[in-house]
Design a binder for this molecule. Sequence first.
Ligand code: G
Ligand code: G
Ligand code: MN
Ligand code: NA
Length: 254
Amino acid sequence: LQLVNALRHALPRHEFELHFQPQVALQDGHIVGAEALLRWRHPELGMISPAEFIPIAEDSGQILAIGEWVLRTAVRQLKQWLDAGLRPMVIAVNLSAVQFRHPNLMALVTRILDEAALPPEFLELELTEAAAMDDPPAAIAIMNKLDEHGIRMSIDDFGTGYSSLSYLKKFKVNKLKIDQSFVRDISDDPDDKAIVTAIINLASSLGMHTIAEGVETASQLAFLRLQGCDEVQGYYVSKPLPKDQFEAFVRNSI
Ligand code: G
Ligand code: G
Ligand code: MN
Ligand code: NA
């Protein structure tokens, strides 16, 4: 398709940008993190969703260059914000399965952190549950290496990927991101209430934190807080914002 070719020009033509969505601690309402979300502004096609072009970039191998740009841009941006006195927070970056499995991942991540002089504990790499469970022994080995270097990981879209619990407990992971499909009807649907509560308790017993995605209402947030969920992310707090708007949002919040 034409998207593959257009994608080839996207990096050199500076058509990518990152938006940032705040992650809020339920204990005190403070912003404790930002998820970097890739946006592609094509001159003729307009905004193209990563859901559309990431799979194409994975098939064509372009995901490695794009993913490197995302990592470097996100890490540099957080360093700039910290230097400018913005409240300390973690930057969460989505990793494609292709990047995660690439033998150069460790070297790349440490080089990007070194270049920016950002301590590793400020970076969190998000890997989907499906990608992590595709080859659990391989994932465990990679996670162990990242952990040795102090780099944090979270499991994205948790609850959608058929986790093997015996492997999950071996994953060096700080956080489970509860998929937004379970959060959506949490105020009405007893099954979703039960699933979300079970995930929070599972994470807690494995020494992991939880963040709920796609939180859009006060009632969803109240239920999550009651169940002991650690953090929330979603339109109720803010949609993903361009960098200047994100910075202003953080400065204007508590
Ligand atoms: O922000 P939005 O809802 O449009 O994101 C759509 C999907 O694209 C989500 O699944 C999200 O995880 C993924 N995504 C967003 N940014 C990146 C990125 O930088 N790398 C990868 N691999 N996926 C991303
Ligand atoms: O797969 P991942 O969780 O990385 O992607 C998050 C996606 O969800 C992004 O595309 C983001 O724009 C979207 N998103 C973030 N908050 C909300 C929300 O509150 N409601 C909905 N419907 N989508 C959201
Ligand atoms: Mn994510
Ligand atoms: Na997700």
